[in-house]
Each structure stands twice: as structure tokens, then as C-alpha cells.
Design a protein around this ligand. Sequence first.
Ligand code: NOJ
Length: 744
Amino acid sequence: MKKILAFGLASLLIFTSCKPAKNDTETKIDALLSRMTLEEKIGQMNQSSSYGSIEDMRMMIKKGEVGSILNEIDPDRINALQHVAVEESRLGIPLLIARDVIHGFKTIFPIPLGQAATFDPFVVEKSARIAAIEASSVGIRWTFAPMIDIARDPRWGRIAEGCGEDPYLTSVMGAAMVKGFQGDSMNLPTSIAACAKHFVGYGAVEGGRDYNSTFIPEHLLRNVYLPPFEAAVKAGVATFMTSFNDNNGVPSTGNSFILKEVLRKEWHFDGFVVSDWNSVGEMVNHGFAADYKDAARIAANAGVDMEMVSATYMKYLPELVKEGKVKEAVINDAVRNILRIKYRLGLFDHPYVDVNRKSIMYTQEHLECAKRISEESVILLKDDKHVLPLKSSVHTIAIVGPMADAPYEQMGTWAFDGDSAHTVTPLEAIREVYGNQVKVLYEPGLAYSRDKNLQGIVKAVTVASQADVILAFVGEEAILSGEAHCLADLNLQGAQSQLIAALAKTGKPVVTIVMAGRPLTIGKEVDESAAVLYSFHPGTMGGPAIADLLFGKAVPSGKTPVTFPKMVGQIPIYYAHHRIGRPATRNETLIDRIPLYAGQTSLGCTSFYMDAGFDPLFPFGYGLSYTTFKFSNIKLSATQLKKGDMLTVTFDLKNTGSYGGTEVAQLYVQDKVGSVTRPVKELKRFKRVNLLPGEKKTVVFELPVSELAFYNMNEEKMVEPGDFGLWVADDSQNGKELPFKVKF
Ligand code: NOJ
């Protein structure tokens, strides 16, 4: 008996000492949770949009019926709300104040698609840091960013909000944004919690129509759509947001596979998950929930910790718990996740914002960073005749087009809080900085991008005819991209195409500068222009950035983060498409050359469009410079590799032109044979390299063999031994293939 007792005691001791010790935060969470009523717990799971006066919201907060408030940006009101939560509610749990700070709060940086075009995670992180500093100064401690949905369809307006089509580029940029928003520690008063959204697959909505269905098989989900989210978890992202779409029939807000199996079990995420706006309630519209009560049950059980706006949790979770349809353990877990982030943000210790703090909006440092990232984001698509940078022989320039002086439009989508009075347009910047160097004529021709009135074009042509070079600023107003702003036609809106055609007819060189929220089908305008710069809405400092690029004080270095289609009908079109049985040869006969009565199989049976061919207008990773670069001496550390090895790729990059410039070196890999078909190329590494004229640098990429792994049909992530191809190049279509093998 004594023996048994001793054994029992020993094992108890062993058991207790093996149990991981709870850290301070977890102990505090447990203590707080044990004092909460079911209603107070459910209150933490409720997010409300700010409304009315403080008095209007007082009762809800006082009763502990809300854990987070979104869309409040007035620091006095935020403090007033927080005072109610901390001092008047029973448990004094602070509110988490949220806002969509997507690409800047006051200082607006380029839209995320433009940020991705920089291929520069350093400057992307810095801009997110600045956004956090500005937003936190009014009391915002949570942003709904980064948006890391892979988007391969520019009809989808939300392509503007993400980092484009590539999982690796999006992973790197998303992680940089998370680090920028959250800072070195979330506890800092200048840090804001980030939110990886939209989980998951939203970018693949059918036909590019927002809120639509997706059909993504699991191995594609894991190889393409999930990696940026996993990277965000690794970067320490605090929260996740579910997406509006249903994938394979299951709305994300009710998808326990992605929320529990993948996010919690596989990735060990310990932050919290919020639904998107009303997306719990919308499961009724999906026909996935019978009514709002059913929707609340499904979402809570699937792992949605906080409900944004639809308030079905508040209304139905108490009875669902009583009925045993949602276990109290589910509620406890959700509340734990939410409180954990509130503790990490230091909200319990410092709930209020210092309203006497000196304003840190639009500071010199912030504007300089905004200019730098705008500059790096602009892509030179064409400059055949070297019209750019503008030469000293140019004495008169004509500035034309609806985007030349459109301060609000150049901020792009989701610039809620940016003040267009602070935006500097290209017209303003050129006049101010280069006005003493060149004579500047200005005639917009069209009032706004959708303007169809042709009369102004006549005037613009008359003015433009007097200039040495015409700068035509066209594109999209901010409202034409972003959430719910999808398009079936991606040609320039309004009469902008006619404007470019008329300007080209003057015989003067036309430099077209496009400012838009997505890649547009501008093949015709590219042909008519001597040079083309593409700027995804560049934000507050877009004007000075573009001015310096035009006049050669800065040199373009942006690269396309998405493939530009020639025609809408080519969509979806992306560089990392899978290998197929009958690939295009690029020798196909196109429609105008098909002879009359050609035989059924005379064109060759390959995968191409008779009218658009096979190639895009511009491939992924493409972008020119005023200088030229040469890649040489590309060497692999080994051509036979084993599991666990590191492949080191070394090459020389030389600036062979006469301007200092930056090249984005890109490393692509192709897995030759797989147990499932593999992409023709996949981006694995990239690096911005600055080079003076004539300068040569040796550049090194390191790629662990483990990063050649992919998910097979059994959803196992593996490196499959065999042959691989490797390219080091300036875009996804160039370069010479180098072979290597992986053997186990
Ligand atoms: C809906 C959007 O889909 C999401 O991205 C955004 O963060 C929320 N509304 C909150 O505004």
C-alpha cells in the first residue's frame, strides 16, 4: 500500500513538473476568465462598429457586451469609450480599437500592390511601421492588414489590396508588413496588432466577381493560397480574418478545417480569429446556415473567436450554450485568444491614448519614406527610344490627362483617413521642382478617368502640339478598384484611350504614366507611346516620386507583381501556371493569318488563343531601368543535392549602362517531374541590387533543398527527388536554364 502511495505521489510530482509552467499572461487570463459570466465572455467575442454618441454606446460597453470597436478614429472619443470599459464595466476589460489601416493612416503609401512592386521588404516594413505610429497616436491598436490573398485575376477590384499573384513574394511582403505594424514588441504604445486576411482563397473568386465562390482543391490551397498566411503566423501576426467566399462549398467563416486543423493544429496560432464584416450572418445567404442562430453556432464551433458586426453571437450564443449546441469550452477558448492579444498589446496597463502627444502625422520622415516607396514602386514598362529620363534638350513639356492633378485619386482604395490636401500630385511636383528647368504646359483633356467628353481632347492636343514631350497621366480613379469594385473590361476608362491616340498623332513623343489599382489592358496605348511608366496608386508622395523618375533624379526599379494580360479574355493568366500536355510553342498561327478553309488541325493543337496568342502583355517580375544590367557567371554550389543540403547560387550582376540603378535579381525553379503536375516556374528568392554605372557585384542566393517541397495529392509536404531547372534573371520569362538534381 505504502509502495503504491509512494509511486502515486512520485508520478504526481513528475506529472506536475512536466506540465509546462503557465506564463504570467496565461495565469492572468485564467484568473480573469474565472471571474467572467457567460454573457461577459460572449461580449468579448462581439465587435461593434462605432455609432452615435458616447452616451449611445455607454450601456453596451458598461454591461461588457463588446470586446472591440471598429471605425473610431477620434482620440477623445476613443479615450471616452475606454474610460467606460475600464472604469464602469464590472471587470474593467479594455476595448480593442480597430481600423482598416491598409497602406498608411494619414501619410498614404502606395497601395499594397504597388508596395509589392518594389520587391523591397525593408521599405515595406518601414511604411507599415509608420502607419502604426500614426494610427496608434489616436488610439487605434488593431489594423485589418496585411491582405495577403493571392490574386490572379485583375478584374477583381481587391487585387489592389494584396501583393499580387505570387505566394513567395506575398509571403515575404506580408511578413514585412506584420513586423512593421507590430514593431519589436506589441507592447509598445506605437504598435498595432496586425490581421492576416482574408483566410482563405478569396483572391480566386469566380470570374473576378467580389464575394463569389471559389473552388480550390486542397493541394492547390496548400501550395498557393496558404503559404503567405503561414508566413504571417511565423512573423507573429496577432489576428486572422475569415474571408467572404465559400471554398468547395464551405464558407470560410464556417470552415473548421482551415480554422482548426490548419491554423491552430498545424501552425500553432495562438492569437484570435475575427469574421469579416457580417460574414457570420451571411452564411444564411450562402444557404449554409438555416438562420442567424444556426450561423452563430456554425461560426463559433468552426473557430471564429470574434464576430464583426452581425451580432449573432450576442444574440444567440447564450442560448446555444444552454442548449449544449456550443460548449462553454469553445467560448472559453475564444475569449482566451482575445484576452491574450489584449494583454500582449499592453492594453490592461495602458488603455488610454495620450491626447496631448505632439502630432506625428505627415512628418518629414514619414513623407520621405512615402516618396521612397512610391519611387521604388513605379515600373518602367517601355522606353525604346530613351525618351526617359527627360533630356536637357527638352524645353517645353505638356502635362495632360485626368490623373496628372488628382490628389484624391492617386491615394487609391482604402485611404479612409488620408487627407488629399496633403497629397502632392505630379503636376504640382513637376511645377515646383522642375518648373525652372522646363516650361510646363497643362491641359488635362479629360476631367476624370471615366470622362467621355471628347471636347477637352481637342484643347489638350492643341496645347500638347507646342511641347517637345507630352506627359500623359491616365489610369483609374480610386473608386474603380478595391472591395466590390470589379470590372469586366480592363481597357482605359472613359475617353482616355482616344486621348492617347490623339496625342500620339501630334508626332511628339508621348510618355504615358498610368496610375491604377490593377494591371490594365493597355497594349494599344503602349504601342502609341514612346515610354510608359506604371504606378499602382502611389499615395501621398506619388507626385514627387514620379517627377524625379521622369527627370532622372531617380531611376525606375519596380517590377510587375502580377502578370499584365493583353486582353481580359486571357484571365486567369499568371507565370506559375502548371505544366500541361500541349503547351504553346509561340509559333502558333494567329487569327489574321489563318487561311480560308484551313483544315481542322492545321493550326497545331496547343494551348493558346487565336486572337491573343499565348504571352501576356508583360510577364510577372518585369520592369526596365534607364540603365542596363547583365547577369553572368551563374554558378551552383552543387548540381547533385541531398535532403537537408543548401543550394548556393552565385552570379555576377553588372550595370552595363550609363545611369546608376537597381536591378531586382530573381531566382526561379522548376521541378521537372512530380507526383502532381508542377508550375513551369516558381519564384524562390529575389534581391534588389544597387549598382553604379560600370559596377559589378557578386550576388549570392541561398536556397535550402527543403524549400523545394510541395504538397502532393495526399496533402503531404515533400521534396520529390529528381531533376530541377533553375533561372537567375530580371523577370519570370528571361534567363538561361541551369539543371540540378535532388537525390535521396
Ligand atoms: C470588409 C472587408 O472585406 C475587410 O477587408 C475589412 O477589413 C472589413 N470590411 C472591415 O472594414
